[in-house]
Design a protein around this ligand. Structure first.
Ligand code: IMP
Length: 183
């Protein structure tokens, strides 16, 4: 799998260190509270699993499943909610945990749906931020790493459902996806 990477952007150790920092920050910010972590599946699964173990508070876990990318690395596909939006966060302290903020369309949609439920508070944590690609107005409260406009895989992030199990994050060789037919 590593052979399909043009280069590694963040090693497993760098990810672990940054995730631990974010966990400590959230632990301090939510003292005396029991926040609910909302994992946006599937890309955020690995990040959420590691982050929640770095939060020293009685938090709970919810998830929603969305999908926006098909077999194209550079162009977002249509956003689809592959499972019903069946979380109820009314009155709760919600921490949305997402893998990557790209155009922002996914998260602006999700944040609006959540705001409509009147949570006690709402925070957005993203592991990666690609600000140069932003189309929708959405800002994360905590960003793990700001990255340039490159298609990355690993640590939960996929290309065509693959590479999620890479322990590092890397940039895929363009040759891996350039042979795919346009959607
Ligand atoms: P947005 O709605 O354009 O911000 O896209 C958010 C979603 O697109 C993320 O949750 C990812 O699933 C996917 N995505 C965006 N950029 C990348 C990337 O570089 N690699 C893998 N998935 C990506």
């Amino acid at each position: 799998m590593n052979r399909d990477l043009a280069y590694e952007m963040f090693s497993a150790q760098e990810l672990k260190t940054r995730v631990a920092e974010i966990g400590r920050q959230l632990t301090e910010e939510y003292q005396g509270k029991a926040p609910v972590l909302l994992c946006i599946m599937k890309g955020s699964l690995v990040f959420t699993a590691d982050l929640m173990r770095e939060i020293n508070l009685p938090c709970t876990l919810e998830s929603i499943t969305l999908s926006s990318y098909r077999a194209m690395a550079t162009r977002p596909g249509e956003l689809t909610m592959t499972k019903p939006f069946d979380v109820d966060v009314t009155g709760q302290d919600v921490i949305v945990v997402e893998d990557i903020l790209d155009t922002g369309k996914t998260l602006s949609y999700v944040m609006e749906l959540l705001k409509a439920q009147s949570p006690a508070s709402l925070k957005l944590v993203v592991l990666l931020d690609k600000p140069s690609r932003r189309e929708a107005q959405v800002e994360a409260d905590i960003v793990g790493f700001t990255i340039p406009d490159a298609f990355v895989v690993g640590y939960g992030l996929d290309y065509d459902q693959k590479y999620r199990n890479l322990p590092c994050i890397g940039v895929l060789k363009p040759s891996v996806y350039s042979s795919q037919p346009e959607a």
